[in-house]
Design a protein around this ligand. Structure first.
Ligand code: SF4
Length: 324
């Protein structure tokens, strides 16, 4: 009689994962603003799309608001990493608010591209998701000249001249593969379509998707740590499934893991979106160990060294505070 050896369990954690340079800068901006000006510091929208980060900053005295009319006149308000439209900047100036703009420089780059195309009289096709703050901010740069394209299927419904003066731009946190499919369809219909001067999907989104693609084929289960409203985290679940993970779920933290997901599972992959502090990933790895899985092995695709300086308006006040 032959006996079948039990399958070996393993946990692979993807790298890069978690915080990107833009998220790190935005979170540190609110922390330093709280230290410098004292609470409360108002923040328009969630500074980054992560529940844990928002709750931690709230405990320190940040007040998150949806719109500027909730901010008292004369107060300090931070704009989130996702960016704001020129109309929001104008409203803040009208209200006499002190603003600190924590928009990620890679989102600002897309705003500049939109302004430049619009100034040249080019119609912009913005690939992105309706209602996402980043999309609202970018569209606000040239509302009359921007059309939102949410998926490859949207391309068929566009009522534009075949040889029109058109360019595409995109949200920074989309699936690279799906975006390229949409661009391919756009180009079939509009052969003169212009590209953005450089990639709009940012380095962090691309690296996290490539890293998860690398480990997905051998995984029975991929756990993605990230909040429901985090676009790049939700994309990681889709990318994992497309790349061969047998199942994939997004969780805010270890407490959201359903033990049923682990039944019959030998190989687990773990990653996290760009707004997720690593302590939450560690919580997931600890939970897996408590369920009989071995310590995780990291598979690193590449190193990330990019860092962004804090917003200039905050740096100026920090320098002044040091001098006094
Ligand atoms: S995901 Fe990309 S665009 Fe968004 S904050 Fe991070 S680096 Fe910036």
């Amino acid at each position: 009689m032959t006996s079948v050896a039990p399958a070996t369990k393993r946990v692979v954690v993807a790298a890069p994962r978690g915080y990107c340079a833009g998220v790190d800068r935005a979170v540190v901006t609110v922390e330093k603003a709280l230290d410098l000006y004292g609470p409360p510091v108002y923040v328009r929208k969630q500074i980054v799309h992560n529940k844990h980060v928002v709750e931690t900053l709230e405990q320190r005295g940040a007040i998150f608001v949806e719109e500027l009319d909730e901010v008292p006149t004369g107060a300090t308000v931070v704009f989130s990493a996702h960016g704001v439209s020129p109309a929001v900047h104008a409203e803040a100036a009208d209200r006499g608010l002190k603003t600190i703009d924590a928009t990620c420089p890679l989102v600002t780059k897309v705003h500049h591209e939109a302004k430049r195309f619009a100034a040249e009289g080019t119609q912009i096709l913005l690939i992105g998701h309706a209602g996402h703050e980043e999309v609202e901010g970018t569209m606000g740069e040239a509302p009359e000249q921007t059309i939102l394209v949410q998926s490859p299927a949207d391309v068929d419904g566009l009522d534009l001249p075949e040889h029109g003066n058109l360019a595409w731009l995109s949200q920074t946190t989309l699936s690279v593969d799906e975006t390229m499919e949409t661009v391919g369809r756009l180009r079939e219909r509009f052969p003169l379509l212009m590209d953005p001067p450089s990639d709009d999907i940012c380095y962090a989104t691309q690296n996290r998707q490539l890293a998860v693609k690398q480990i997905s084929p051998g995984c029975d289960l991929m756990i993605v740590v990230g909040s429901r409203n985090s676009s790049n985290s939700v994309r990681l679940v889709e990318v994992a499934l497309e790349a061969g993970a047998k199942a994939s779920y997004r969780v805010d933290n270890a407490a959201e893991i359903d033990p049923a997901w682990l039944v019959g599972v030998n190989s687990v992959g773990v990653t996290s979106g760009a707004s997720v502090p690593d302590v939450l990933v560690q919580g997931v790895l600890d939970y897996l160990e408590s369920q009989g899985f071995p310590p995780a092995v990291e598979e690193r695709l590449t190193e990330e060294t990019l860092q962004f300086a804090l917003p200039p308006e905050l740096r100026k006040d920090l320098r002044r505070a040091v001098k006094h």
